[in-house]
Every structure is written in C-alpha cells, then in structure tokens.
Design a protein around this ligand. Structure first.
Ligand SMILES: C[S@@+](CC[C@H](N)C(=O)[O-])C[C@H]1O[C@@H](n2cnc3c(N)ncnc32)[C@H](O)[C@@H]1O
Length: 354
C-alpha cells in the first residue's frame, strides 16, 4: 500500500494539513497510521465526506436549532460527533433521529454532511408542526413572526405580559383543536423565545402553561437562520409520532441517534415532562428492545441518557438494559434537580452498538 504524508493529502483534498490530522486522529481515514511522529495516509484513501473544503464549509449557510429545548444536546455535540460514521463507513448514507426535540444533532449533521435520506420524528405535535411549516411555508411564517416581534418589542413590560398571555391562550386553542399551520408554528416560536427559560411544559389538561420570561430584547424572528433551516430541511422526512414508527425507514445503511426523555436521577427531578406522555422505566426498556431489533437489522445506533450512577452507584438499570452494547460515560453540566438552582457536572451515558 502506497502512503502519502498529511501535507500531501491536504494538498490533494484541498483542506488544511491540520484538518487532515484531526480527521486521522478521529479515525475517519481508514488505514491512516502514525509513523515516527507523523500521520501517513493510504494514497488511495478518499476524502472523508465531511472534510471541510473551502467550498463546502460555508458558515453563512450553517444552521442552528431554531428553538431552545429541554435536554438540548448542544454541549454533548463534541462527544456525539465522534460516532458519526459518515465518510468512514461508506455504506452509511441515511440518518434517523426519532426523538428530535430541538435537533442539535440533526442540524450539526445537516451542516456537515450531504446524506441521501434523513428521517426525524417527535411525539410533540406543535414542535413537528413548526418543523413542517419551516420546511414547506417559510415565507408565510416569517411574515407572521416578524409582525409578532415588531408588535411585542414596542410594548412596555406590563403590556408585553398581556400580549404574551393572549398569545398563549390562542396557542392552546389551536393546540386543542389540532389546527396545525402557520399561526400555530409562529406562536410556538414566539412563546419559546419569550417564555421563562424556553421551557415547554403542559398541565394535566394538556395546556401549555409556562409564564413569560424576563428577556429585554429577545430575538423572536431570526429570519436568516430560519430560512437556512428551511433550505436544509427540504429533503428531510418529518413525522409526528412515536419513535417506533421509524422502524420501516431504518436499515443497514442508517445511522440512528436516539435521545429519549432522560430517566430522572431523583424522585423530584422532572426531566420527562416535555409532553403529556411520561417516559417511564417500562418505556425505557421498550426502547432498549427496539434498539436491539434495529441492531439486528445492521443499523449503527447511538443512544444518550442520564447515568443513574450519579445518585446511586448500585443502580445498573442501563448497564442491564443495554448489556450487549458499549456504554461510555461522559461529563456534562446539568441542573441536578428542581429544588436546586445549582448546576453541577454529572455523567451522562452514550450507548452504542459499534
Ligand atoms: C431529550 S428530548 C430531545 C432533545 C434533542 N436531542 C435536542 O437536542 O433538543 C426528548 C424528545 O422526545 C420526545 N418524545 C417523548 N416521547 C416520545 C416518543 N414516544 N416518541 C417520539 N418522541 C418522543 C419529546 O417530545 C422530546 O422532544
């Protein structure tokens, strides 16, 4: 096998030498090895799909999540991206994220790779309506949202509060009638940007009940990002429903990332109240079962969850549920429970079948 230096590979692929070294150390170039103290690369190696060439890497069109979402994976991206198999396993050309939420991983992948097929889903109907409207009706959405922003920002704090509550009532009216569309999507984004902490919480009747937040000058309509998100979502299949509906899409060409509601670390923690449906231990085990089924199909799978050993080192719930998979513990900054306003570093789990 003929080998070339990182410098020569950089020239051949039109990327920096530093980038070649990062790709080698991340294991993304099959056959790359260290000789002496330098990387050498098989002459026939292909440029990894995500190698950021000057043309491909365009910060102008990079997208970011358009909502703040509980359990957002922004801070774990550096760990999760180490699993991206695209470019190293050339068979993998599809991506599925069945618990998409705010989509931190989805948007990271959309920024870095051009894939053949992408599937996302979530059980939250208003969230999925927002994704769908951004993809299919972006101009109408921007018109409404821009108007919401202009009206709201011109008001005093007490008037803002009245407008916020009126919009929240209207949102719940549309939600209860399942009237999906531009207005519901605009209200979803408006409430997310102006409510307390970007929370999505509903009461027993299923009504969204988060109070107004205290932002002086919230960016309600980030038109540039929303337009770029719309472009990137054009070929994405967006489904409102249970994660199990992804079964037909997933095959041996698919990388799947599951980010289910986290198993609470303490009895008082309230990490699972994203929607009316609670994701209890029985559901966590059902998911582990589902993961086993798609593992059997040959898909590459990563699952994240909380690490019960943060609060009880004898709790082997996930070690047992995912006994056949690889479990990695990574450190993250999280709110430990509701009664504490302190944020602490705790371990989270990244479970994979490869
Ligand atoms: C931890 S959040 C995902 C966060 C996301 N990774 C992010 O970066 O924002 C879990 C998501 O799963 C959704 N969910 C809950 N039960 C579900 C189910 N049975 N099927 C699909 N989605 C579900 C929730 O609505 C929530 O958006």
């Amino acid at each position: 096998m003929d080998l070339i230096s990182a410098k020569d590979a950089a020239a051949k692929w039109d990327i920096t030498q530093r980038r070649v070294i990062v790709l080698c150390s991340e294991g993304r170039i099959p056959g790359a090895q260290i000789v002496g103290n330098s990387w050498v690369i098989p002459e026939k190696a292909n440029k990894p799909l995500d190698a950021r060439t000057k043309e491909a890497k365009n910060a102008e069109t990079d997208v970011k999540p358009f909502l703040k979402w509980a359990g957002g994976k922004g801070q774990l991206l550096k760990e999760i991206e180490k699993y991206y198999p695209f470019g190293t396993d050339l068979k993998i050309t599809k991506y599925a994220e069945p618990f998409v939420g705010g989509g931190a991983v989805l948007f990271d992948i959309l920024n870095k790779f051009k894939l053949q097929e992408i599937y996302v889903s979530d059980i939250n109907a208003e969230l999925i309506n927002a994704y769908t409207i951004i993809r299919d009706d972006i101009d109408a959405l921007l018109d409404v949202l821009k108007q919401f922003e202009t009206d709201y920002l011109s008001l005093s704090n007490s008037d803002r509060k009245k407008v916020y509550l009126t919009k929240r009532t209207r949102f719940n009216e549309l939600k209860s009638k399942k009237e999906n569309g531009v207005e519901l999507a605009a209200l979803m984004i408006f409430l997310n940007k102006t409510c307390f902490n970007g929370l999505y919480r509903v009461n027993r009747k299923g009504e969204y009940n988060v109070p107004m937040g205290a932002y002086k000058n919230p960016l309600i309509c980030n038109g540039k990002n929303l337009k770029a998100v719309s472009d990137k979502l054009q070929n994405v299949k967006i489904v409102c429903g249970d994660y199990k509906e992804s079964a037909d899409f997933i095959d041996d060409k698919t990388f799947v990332y599951f980010d289910p509601p986290y198993r609470p670390l303490t009895a008082t923690a309230n990490f699972t109240s994203y929607t009316e449906n609670l994701f209890d231990d029985r559901k966590q085990l059902e998911l582990a079962n589902f993961v086993q089924q798609i593992d059997n199909k040959g898909a590459k799978v990563v699952i994240s969850n909380s690490d019960p050993k943060n609060t009880n080192e004898n709790d082997d719930f996930f070690d047992n549920a995912y006994a056949k998979q690889n479990i990695k513990r990574v450190s993250a900054t999280r709110m430990i429970n509701r009664s504490s306003d302190k944020r602490g570093r705790i371990n989270e789990l990244l479970i994979s079948n490869f």
